[in-house]
Design a protein around this ligand. Structure first.
Ligand code: AMP
Length: 388
């Protein structure tokens, strides 16, 4: 496409930001937007979704309903999406009416691991070695070719470790048969024996200016993010490399908005990209209390053509997720009073009615004058919420 089809120039307060997807990422974006006087319209099948609860207007429809996406576009001045598994055709149909940032093509790339890794490698950006797999023969050949251990994943629709199998010993097709048919293709990756996992969120505006939030050191439990520690406990040159990689990704994909880049740090301090998300990210929740501008406010600023804000981190900050498991441990009644008695902690709950094991229900953030203290505070607060 040549030129910009939509009018440029800042959108003033009172304008409406349309969000495709009504989860917690949309909710926190909406809260940041409303703080600045913007209105929110959201498209989601659930009329009481976390974002709908704080939105001005709700379009209740499935993510592949193009007419509904167009309706959202008509009542919005700018559009964005808050998770990858929205239908790109519907998003692009909406994007023909009102500008959609990041673009539909960024969405298409990020929702398919094969396209994503292909695009990264074409731009010289490092990932684990991988093969795209469609048949049993391709799977068996790729096992030999890559050398194990391996991780087999669905190319699309996977998140939080769903649709993934770690393979220690070459099999004769069991893992392939388990995932076959769950997505148009599978991807076999070399298992990376990483030193740690980290992520960097890069914010890029329409003029191509970029800022990167401080790298977050991420610990996962059962493939779901559990803890984000900032500053990450890495050498300064590794932090610079991680920020560099995130900026290169944002430029390569021509992102307008946020791109979250999850990375592995290998035993020899090499940075490999694991996954991209063109939206706010769970590992960036720490920015609400931790940074002068949160990831959510930064997105709102970019969508509305305002200057980007400072990403300075005045104090070490740690975020711990609250999964439904906390409710189970606390017999359905977590003790928020006891949790918040820990100094420097803040509670975020997403308004989800049913607490299921493994479901992201909220998070706790702790700030302190050292990383160790912030980590201790966050973990203690969560333990107290569990009544443990
Ligand atoms: P993903 O859904 O790709 O983000 O994977 C979820 C988690 O599984 C990651 O955060 C890692 O902890 C682990 N994982 C995924 N791919 C690999 C890999 N190639 N090597 C080692 N661990 C992996």
């Amino acid at each position: 496409m040549t030129g910009e089809p939509f009018q440029s120039g800042p959108l003033g307060p009172g304008s409406t930001i349309g969000i495709i997807g009504g989860g917690q990422l949309g909710r926190m974006t909406a809260i940041a937007a409303r703080q600045m006087g913007y209105r929110i319209a959201v498209l989601d099948p659930d009329a009481a979704s976390p974002c709908a609860q704080v939105a001005d207007q709700v379009v209740q429809a499935s993510y592949d309903d193009r007419d509904a996406a167009r309706e959202l576009a008509r009542i919005s001045d700018v559009l964005t999406y808050e998770f990858e598994n929205v239908d790109p055709d519907a998003a692009e149909a909406a994007g023909e009416i009102t500008r959609l940032w990041p673009s539909g093509s960024v969405l298409r790339t990020a929702q398919n691991r094969v396209l994503e890794k292909g695009a990264l490698n074409r731009h010289g950006l490092p990932t684990a070695d991988y093969r795209s797999i469609e048949t049993l023969d391709e799977y068996l050949a790729a096992l030999k070719d890559l050398g194990g251990p391996w991780v087999l994943k669905t190319a699309t629709s996977g998140y939080d470790g769903k649709g993934q199998i770690v393979i220690q010993e070459a099999d004769d097709g069991d893992a392939f048969r388990e995932l076959e048919g769950r997505s148009p293709a599978l991807i076999l990756e070399r298992f990376v024996p990483f030193k740690l996992e980290m992520s960097v969120i890069c914010a890029r505006n329409a003029a191509g200016q970029m800022v990167t939030f401080p790298p977050s050191e991420n610990a996962h439990e059962n493939s779901i993010l559990d803890t984000s520690i900032v500053p990450a406990r890495i050498e300064p040159h590794v932090a610079e490399r991680a920020a560099d990689v995130a900026r290169s990704v944002a430029e390569a994909l021509d992102v307008r908005g946020l791109i979250s880049v999850e990375m592995f740090l290998t035993q020899d301090d090499e940075v490999l990209i694991n996954e991209l998300a063109p939206r706010p990210h769970n590992s960036g929740h720490y920015t609400i209390e931790g940074c002068l501008t949160s990831q959510f406010e930064q997105l709102v600023r970019i969508l509305c053509g305002l200057p980007m804000g400072s990403v300075e981190l005045p104090q070490p900050t740690v975020m711990v997720n609250l999964l439904g498991d906390v409710w189970e441990d606390a017999d359905g009644r977590p003790d928020w009073g006891d949790a918040l008695s820990v100094p420097g902690t803040s509670l975020h709950l997403y308004g989800k009615a049913e607490a299921r094991v493994g479901r992201k229900m909220g998070h706790i953030t702790a700030v302190a004058d050292s990383v160790e203290k912030a980590l201790h505070r966050a973990e203690l607060a969560r333990k107290k919420a569990r009544r443990a």
